[in-house]
Design a protein around this ligand. Structure first.
Ligand SMILES: *Cc1c(COP(=O)(O)O)cnc(C)c1O
Length: 395
């Protein structure tokens, strides 16, 4: 009997080592990793330059404390500010923590404006994490069920629907911020229209709300730009990062601009582990490698190839609703629940995942090459075709 607490329905495989986009299990079977640890393994597995940085840094300094200056943290903040156009960065260890920081910033900002009972607009099908505040912001009953009472102060509207937010603006004086994923990840790879995001920016300016983007899954090069909002051509007030930022070492970051960047003062927020020399060195190396190896470009090209390949291979097959996404954040929506495909792909040596019940999700490492992309398309399209063409199970 396992003594690990039962929080995951795990697949029957344990990997022993990896290299690039490949993983091996104890039996020596090889798997093509099209999921990247759910958007975490930006540089794939055992990237030599990242490995070298980690071992050097581990031998030099792993942790001190945020009661001291941390040079690696300063350097990482400079780098993130330069690529994002944001002013100030708070470091933590995960996505939910980054969103907690964003929510706390919004509440302090509200108090500064004299709003005593502030509310944040959040979206249907959103996913923001599993702490009490972030699961309350999440738009999934499955994530929330059993954990009531939820944290109050969230107003929910349909995703990608500007009129719905406008209605809230006209009727709710307590709103101080909007929190939104530019592409919903767990919600099923739903891509917001750029016009919607620009409309949100304009509404936030008009009402002096904070526009807070959760780019924990879609950010950091995955869609071909460092940040999704750079496709839309504006800056948010807050953007949260985690997953891929340090190539697999735990880290989270809450980036803020303007008034939002001034909300926290010494004592308002903190984290024991956040922004350690080790995690920050890992993130700096990850960002440098993304730059040196031109992985933003690669994400666009390889992502386009996978999308085009799947679109062609699945054309005309009844049951395929859509192939969508951007760069290396892709979803294939089917007309029926398809979680079963995850196990079938595993057998076929391909790592994928299914989210929102009917959406096959791909989040490959940004280092994936065209030949590996072709293999993803070939294996996955065959699996989906077989799955959809099989006779319906008898009930
Ligand atoms: C994964 C994810 C989170 C939560 O991150 P954790 O590190 O698991 O806390 C929050 N928002 C989005 C969009 C995510 O994809």
């Amino acid at each position: 009997m396992s003594h690990v607490m039962n929080t995951y329905a795990r697949l029957p495989v344990a990997f022993t080592h990896g290299q690039g986009v490949w993983l091996w299990d104890a039996q020596g079977k090889r798997y093509l990793d099209a999921l990247g640890g759910i958007a975490v393994n930006t540089l794939g597995h055992a990237h030599p330059r990242l490995v070298k940085t980690l071992s050097t840094q581990a031998g030099r300094l792993i942790h001190t404390s945020n009661i001291y200056q941390i040079t690696e943290q300063e350097n990482l903040a400079d780098k993130l500010a330069a690529i994002s156009g944001m002013d100030k960065i708070f470091f933590c260890n995960s996505g939910c923590e980054a969103n907690e920081a964003a929510i706390k910033i919004a509440r302090l900002y509200a108090k500064g404006k004299g709003v005593e009972n502030p509310a944040i607009v959040v979206m249907e099908k959103a996913f923001h994490g599993r702490t009490l505040a972030t699961l309350s912001a999440t738009g999934s009953r499955k994530v929330q069920a059993g954990f009531e009472p939820l944290v109050s102060g969230f107003v929910r509207v349909p995703y990608d629907d500007l009129e719905a937010v406008r209605q809230v603006a006209q009727h709710n004086r307590n709103v101080v911020a909007v929190l939104v994923e530019p592409i919903q990840g767990e919600g099923g790879i739903n891509v917001a229209h750029l016009e919607y995001l620009r409309g949100l920016r304009a509404l936030c300016d008009q009402y002096q709300w904070l526009l807070m983007l959760d780019e924990i899954q879609c950010g950091l090069g995955r869609t071909g730009k460092w940040f999704f909002y750079q496709h839309a051509g504006f800056h948010p007030d807050v953007v949260t990062l985690a997953k891929g930022l340090a190539g697999g070492i735990p880290i989270g970051a809450c980036l803020a601009k303007g008034a939002a960047a001034e909300a926290f003062k010494p004592g308002s927020h903190g984290s024991t582990f956040g922004g350690s020399p080790f995690a920050c060195a890992a993130a700096l190396a990850t960002l440098d490698i993304i730059e040196q190896d031109q992985l933003l470009d690669n994400a666009t090209k390889v992502g386009d190839a996978i999308r085009a390949g799947l679109t062609t291979a699945l054309a005309g097959i009844k049951g395929v609703i859509a192939v969508r996404g951007m760069g290396l954040m892709l979803g294939i929506e089917l007309d029926r629940p398809c979680t079963e495909l995850v196990g079938r792909a595993l057998e076929a040596g391909l790592l994928i995942n299914v989210t929102a019940d009917k959406v096959v999700r791909l989040l490959p490492p940004l280092i994936m090459n065209q030949d590996e992309a072709r293999q993803v398309v070939a294996i996955l399209s065959a699996l989906i075709r077989d799955f959809l063409l099989q006779p319906a199970p008898a009930h």
